[in-house]
Design a protein around this ligand. Structure first.
Ligand code: UFG
Length: 336
């Protein structure tokens, strides 16, 4: 099977490319390095010992993307090429709508032109907004509070409308919860530029003394210790969810799956697990709640388990250890 991975050099994309190659699939990667680094390409080759084809291209560039479809006989697409910073999406809404919507439309137009029947789309638990019931099932109410979330809801709608009128085509929408951790090699992982927005990259920088202390956004939520609860999933388990989605026999229409672990952990659970797993300290201070945050969010993953055979098996300790291993490996490489 030849898989086109659009946005294959980013955090989740690169881990998915690694798992695809390990599974013996043929992979074509497209990326424009807008939020990733070129050296990821060599690192993927080093981890897997396998070759793949790469095109440096913007997924919204239809003519450019058409040349990829002309050269490669693609069986399936995985679309990771979306901007993902919630705060930035509020200040730059058009950038988010343009990139995230247009890339999806371009891919669908080219799928139609070249009869590529299946697309797997990176969606997010953000589409559930403030959930009414926990754990969250795929049929829960959809609502969003920021342009980033809107783009996920709109792309899901565009994909659904497309497959509804195109018999034989399938869209698989994977709603990610909170991916953390890194490949066990320590070569690829999450390393955002500047001050991180997300919890794990921030903790890692505090542990590495790049930042002074973690700011815990609120300890007065209705949760066991008052801090926010999320469903953290190891990025390699998440990546494997994509492989399983592609291995499933093609079934026309839309198929939606939650990808998390089904377990909720609080901010302080994560801090303490990180300290214990890595023998480091992570100083923190309690701050005001972050606007837009919710108390708790965790998945019901029954559907992915039953229909895809999805079985996340990495522990919270694995997640914490691998996230730290990645930063230590990177620091060592930079020092050389
Ligand atoms: N948190 C802190 N301090 C920080 C960063 C985060 O206390 O410096 C807390 C948050 O308040 C929240 C938890 O840690 O309780 C997780 O926050 P993240 O920013 O890591 O993740 P979110 O759950 O807010 O958002 C993530 C992705 C979104 C996605 C969403 C889906 O960043 O893109 O999950 O559930 F939409």
């Amino acid at each position: 099977m030849k898989v086109l991975v659009v946005g294959g050099c980013g955090y989740i994309g690169s881990h998915t490319v690694v798992e695809l190659l390990k599974n013996g699939e043929e992979v074509v990667v497209v990326d424009n390095f807008s939020n990733s680094k070129r050296d990821v390409l060599d690192k993927i080759k080093k981890i897997t010992g396998k070759e793949f084809t790469f095109y440096e291209m913007d997924a919204t560039d239809k003519e450019g993307m058409r040349t990829v479809f002309e050269k490669e006989t693609i069986d399936s697409i995985i679309h990771f090429a979306g901007y993902k910073a919630v705060g930035e999406s509020v200040s730059k809404p058009l950038l988010y709508y343009r990139n995230n919507l247009l890339s999806t439309i371009v891919l669908l137009e080219l799928m139609k032109e070249f009869s590529v029947k299946r697309i797997v789309f990176s969606s997010s638990a953000t589409v559930y907004g403030a959930p009414e019931k926990l754990p969250i099932r795929e049929n829960a109410k959809i609502s969003t509070t920021n342009p980033y979330g809107e783009t996920k809801v709109m792309c899901e709608k565009i994909l659904s409308d497309f497959v509804r009128v195109n018999p034989g085509y399938e869209a698989i929408l994977l709603r990610y919860f909170n991916p953390i951790g890194a490949d066990e090699s320590g070569l690829i992982g999450e390393n955002p530029n500047g001050i991180p927005n997300n919890l794990m990259p921030y903790i890692v920088k505090v542990a590495n003394h790049d930042l002074e202390c973690l700011h815990v956004f609120g300890n007065d939520y209705d949760t066991p210790d008052g801090t926010g609860v999320r469903d953290y999933v190891h990025v390699t388990d998440l990546a494997n969810g994509h492989i399983l989605a592609l291995q499933k026999p093609l079934e026309e229409g839309v198929h939606i799956y939650n990808l998390g672990t089904g377990e909720g952990y609080s901010v302080l659970d994560i801090v303490h697990a990180f300290e214990k797993a890595n023998g480091v300290t992570v100083p923190y201070v309690i701050e005001e709640r972050r606007p837009g945050d919710i108390a708790s969010c965790y998945a019901d993953i029954t559907k992915a388990k039953e229909e895809l055979g999805y079985l996340p098996n990495k522990t919270l300790e694995d997640m914490c250890r691998s996230a730290w291993n990645f930063v230590k490996t990177e620091t060592k490489t930079e020092e050389k």
